[in-house]
Design a protein around this ligand. Structure first.
Ligand SMILES: [Zn+2]
Length: 82
């Protein structure tokens, strides 16, 4: 309850290296995604190049980033998650 700045999602999803990861890196100015090839630091602690192809968004979610992103969003881990 201490936040004074509206930050609904202090991270972004980014397909890279065969999975959808989340990153707290800001998007480039004027961009709503990480352009293809953007080096991002993911919430699971990797430095990966973003992939902006349509099929990249169909990749599975990185489980480590999923947990980290939910924590940042103030949401509990998914009930019954395997
Ligand atoms: Zn990840």
């Amino acid at each position: 309850m201490a936040s004074s700045v509206f930050q609904p999602h202090p991270f972004h999803w980014v397909p890279a290296d065969g999975q959808r990861h989340a990153s707290a890196d800001p998007h480039p100015p004027g961009a709503s995604i990480y352009p293809d090839g953007t080096e991002v630091t993911t919430l699971c602690g990797q430095e990966l190049a973003a992939e902006a192809s349509d099929t990249a968004w169909l990749w599975g979610t990185c489980p480590v980033c999923d947990v980290a992103a939910r924590r940042r969003a103030g949401m509990p881990p998914m009930a019954g998650a395997r």
